[in-house]
Structures are given as C-alpha cells and as structure tokens.
Design a protein. Structure first.
Length: 178
C-alpha cells in the first residue's frame, strides 16, 4: 500500500517514528513531496528556534531511509483539483501522481472522501491506519512501538508510560492493545 503522509502526521515525533518504523518493517510504502516536507519543517518553528534545523536533518534522514518516498505531482495537475483548503491541493496532486492508495492526515475536513474517491484515493486517519496494520501484523507493530517507547524514555531520561505516550500521539486504541 502506498500512502502519502500529510505534514500534520509527520510533525509529532512519536507518531512520525511509529509510522516510519512500520514502513521500514515493510507494512506500507510512505510517500511525500518537497512541499510537504517544507510545510512540516516550517511548522516546527513554533517549538523553538532550533526546531526547524532539526526537522530538516530528520527530513534528510527520512529521504535517505526511504529513497522512493519523495514524489512530485504532474505539472498542471493541481490546477484541475479543488479542495476546501487550496493549500492542501498539492497533497492530493502528489497522491494522484504517485498512484497512492491513501492520504494519511488528521485534517478530515480538508480532504472530503467523495472528492478523493473520484481520484481513486482514500483518506485515512493515523489511528485507524495503525489499528488496521496492527490487526494484520500485531507483532511487527508492537515491536516498532516498543522501540519508539524505549527511545522516548532514553530522550526523557526517565520512565515514560507507553500508554500515555501513545495517547499523547492520538493513538488511544493502539495504546489499549500494545
């Protein structure tokens, strides 16, 4: 399954690390564009002055780990697409141009299902997407969550509740089963 990651699901580090971990395990193929990565890097500015630079380093590592993830929309494709937020048209254009199965986003209102369906693309939320992956590959998803949890504890320098970590990442159903 090929899935375009919207900037809003790349921004939270725990969610990003879980999504990239299950992709590295071969459970799906992540896709993004330079513009999506740029949106994410700029959005990190609100965290602090060094966050954007750190995001750009992480973006370079993501591109190195997933060399086929970087996609471009066909020229002119965006001009024929309409979404409630014109700033999101590029995400749909990348999905269409790369023959993606879905766009993974928290922004349901910006990506109406009927509009995406006309283009052969599905909108997925991270919770439902990861729940589906867990239901088919529980060991693989649990292993990834375990690695992300261990890294979070290492970064915090103290114990971190796995359940609380997943709930903060807006993954409450996954928190109950992992």
């Amino acid at each position: 399954m090929k899935v375009v990651l919207d900037a809003c699901v790349i921004f939270p580090p725990i969610l990003r690390d879980i999504l990239l971990g299950v992709a590295a395990a071969g459970l799906y193929q992540p896709l993004w564009s330079e513009r999506i990565m740029e949106e994410w890097a700029r959005a990190t500015r609100k965290i602090g002055p060094s966050a954007e630079g750190e995001a750009r380093i992480v973006a370079a590592a993501m591109n190195a780990q997933f060399p086929r993830a970087m996609q471009r929309a066909e020229p002119g494709l965006e001009a024929r697409l309409l979404l409630p937020d014109p700033n999101d048209v590029h995400v749909l254009a990348v999905a269409i141009g790369s023959s993606a199965d879905a766009i993974l986003t928290f922004n349901a209102s910006d990506f109406p299902r009927h509009t995406l369906a006309e283009e052969g693309v599905e909108r997925r939320d991270p919770e439902g997407f990861l729940w589906e992956l867990w239901s088919h590959h529980p060991e693989a998803v649990a292993e990834v969550v375990g690695r992300v949890h261990a890294h979070a504890e290492q970064m915090a320098g103290t114990e971190v509740s796995r359940k609380a970590m997943l709930k903060r990442a807006r993954l409450s159903r996954l928190a109950k089963v992992v």
